[in-house]
Design a protein around this ligand. Structure first.
Ligand SMILES: [Zn+2]
Ligand SMILES: [Zn+2]
Length: 275
């Protein structure tokens, strides 16, 4: 029986803080960096829940959406909405309410799915440029940061004729180039820190991406200004591969995926293991 995946989205607003009251200010600062504060801040969290199962021959459904909604309402929304996670959600009194720990908590809470239905994936968005994911495959949690850079390029192979370049690349072969506002998603996983629960050092990740990519790619001409692209055709396939190579081993944690959006309609990605 073929399995079908379905995804349901819920959202809730909650407060949380990164602060261990039994530690000094300096120790908290060391653990949580700029996030350290004894006071709450809040997010409109968006949770996407993906489950899979065989389609029932009679109902035509994998699982009734209402069953999923009722469970999400009972197990998650009612416990988190308009609450301070540190103070009001059972289990978080002495657990850091980071995306990694929240995803692990949701994974456990959503275990009670109807027969033959399996929880496959969770995606929890904290801000439009920061989300975490849990996948059943490998029971893995990853974090993704979203960045932007603007750059120009020209798609052209010097070794082939003008007509052949025009045939291959069309408008993208314009001799004076053209540009994109590229959206870059960098996904990192790894072993959660036993104290903070973090799989990566966030500020370190931002620093690495800024230094190794954004500072070198933003407002540049990819054919001439970026050494690893000189002499290559800077298609998004080539660019996303070079970005993965430049970041791999140079970010805190394990680089799991790099995704490059050239436009809203064109998305390219390299996943660890594919290179
Ligand atoms: Zn937060
Ligand atoms: Zn282009």
């Amino acid at each position: 029986m073929p399995r079908v995946r379905l995804t349901r989205k819920v959202s809730f607003s909650s407060g949380h803080r990164f602060w261990n009251a039994s530690l000094s200010s300096e120790e908290n600062k060391k653990l949580y960096g700029n996030w350290a504060s004894p006071y709450n801040h809040g997010h409109n969290f968006v949770l996407e829940v993906t489950a899979s199962g065989p389609t029932n021959g009679k109902t035509g459904m994998v699982v009734n959406i209402k069953t999923i909604d009722d469970m999400l309402q009972k197990e998650i929304v009612s416990k988190f909405a308009q609450k301070s996670i540190n103070d009001e959600v059972p289990g978080f009194a002495d657990k850091v309410p980071c995306l990694e720990n929240l995803l692990a908590y949701f994974r456990d809470q959503i275990s009670d799915l109807p027969e033959k239905t399996v929880l496959e994936h969770l995606r929890l968005e904290e801000t439009p440029t920061f989300f975490g994911e849990w996948s059943k495959d490998g029971d893995k949690v990853t974090l993704t940061r979203i960045y932007e850079f603007a750059a120009s390029h020209r798609l052209q192979q010097d070794a082939v004729s003008h007509d052949e370049n025009m045939r291959l690349y069309g408008k993208c072969n314009n001799p004076n180039g053209h540009g994109h506002n590229y959206v870059l998603e960098v996904t990192v996983g790894g072993k959660p820190d036993p104290v903070t629960g973090f799989v990566t050092d966030f500020e370190g990740l931002d620093r690495a991406v800024t230094e190794r990519i954004l500072d070198r790619y933003d407002h540049k001409h990819l054919n001439t200004d970026v050494p690893e692209l000189v002499g290559k055709v800077p298609t998004s396939e080539v660019v996303v591969t070079e970005i993965f190579r430049a970041l791999d081993g140079n970010v805190p944690g394990v680089l799991e995926r790099v995704r490059l959006k050239e436009t809203d309609r064109s998305v390219f990605e390299v996943v660890r293991g594919d290179l």
